[in-house]
Ligand binder design. Structure first.
Ligand SMILES: C[S@@+](CC[C@H](N)C(=O)[O-])C[C@H]1O[C@@H](n2cnc3c(N)ncnc32)[C@H](O)[C@@H]1O
Length: 275
């Protein structure tokens, strides 16, 4: 069994995905863990379309969408079953999809085979939830969306440093984090309770696959931009922090404050060039 409570719902969803017969069934049964949509009408094509829309919007906003992509290698941390990965393989000649759960990576290959370019895809299992089994300087861009918030705090910071390690000098990282909002007065203690319950015999495995408790428990950390920037700044330059226009600037010295409507109020992005 994995040593981190935070891994429980992902392993549970990964295992559940293995017993589904078709890729559409996987989306209907476990797709909500990626894009929060439920219903018997869901299918893989629509699921991938949500990823296509978001990847293009974020890369465009970050100034990372240009003809140079056609020569680049992208590393995606927390690919899941390939909601965004399929689109990435249409943009980048080489994509390395990394995830904590090996069953998700199998499904990711299937998604890319159906909606992307499978010959461009490599997968990499993040066995311990923090170390990328990739060489230094292998990527032009490391991208991660709604994944760091699900890691143990130390693992999220370690993974962020891993992202910088595997990126070439002059390449970029674009990493999404979650920070504090007023509702956390309730959400944070409730989440801690759920995470403790995941370890209980019988009850734990049952609630790990239930949407409401999973959503409460799986946001396993809150990281402010100052904490992440402090940990990574020696390796980065041109650091931009993207936030929702609905919240105040974070005011971190040495960084550029940017806003984008598409950023959730509780989220922020670290976009930077690697030295
Ligand atoms: C909410 S899903 C997001 C997937 C994808 N980025 C998307 O937007 O569809 C979070 C993903 O992160 C993975 N994950 C969670 N903790 C992780 C860790 N410590 N290391 C790597 N992947 C992790 C999960 O298995 C899951 O696939």
């Amino acid at each position: 069994m994995t040593r981190r409570k935070q891994h429980v719902p992902w392993k549970a969803a990964g295992t559940a995905s293995e017993s589904e017969h078709s890729a559409d069934d996987v989306v209907r049964e476990t797709g909500w863990v990626f894009n929060n949509r439920v219903g018997g009408h869901l299918n893989l094509a629509e699921f991938v379309a949500t990823g296509d829309h978001e990847t293009a919007a974020y890369l465009q906003t970050f100034g990372l969408l240009g003809p140079e992509l056609e020569q680049q290698t992208l590393v995606e941390i927390g690919s899941g079953i390939g909601r965004m990965t399929a689109g990435f393989t249409r943009m980048f000649p080489r994509v390395i999809a990394c995830d904590l759960d090996a069953a998700f990576l199998e499904r990711c290959r299937e998604t890319v085979a159906n909606f992307g370019k499978p010959e461009r895809l490599q997968t990499s299992h993040v066995v311990d939830g923090r170390t990328l089994a990739l060489a230094d300087d292998c990527a032009d861009l490391v991208f991660s969306y709604i994944t760091f918030q699900h890691c143990h705090r130390d693992d999220a910071l370690f993974l962020a440093r891993e992202a910088a390690r595997v990126t070439k000098t002059g390449g970029h990282i674009a990493l999404n984090f979650r920070t504090w909002v007023p509702q956390d007065v309730v959400l944070w203690p409730a989440g801690k309770l759920v995470r403790s319950a995941w370890r209980l015999p019988r009850i734990g495995p049952f609630i790990a696959q239930r949407r409401l408790p999973a959503r409460l428990g799986w946001q396993a950390n809150r990281l402010a931009p100052s904490e992440v920037v402090q940990s990574l700044s020696p390796t980065l330059t041109d650091i931009r922090i993207f936030r929702s226009p609905k919240r105040r600037p974070f005011g971190i010295a040495g960084t550029t404050d940017c806003t984008f409507e598409g950023v959730h109020r509780s989220h922020w992005w670290l976009v930077a060039e690697v030295r």
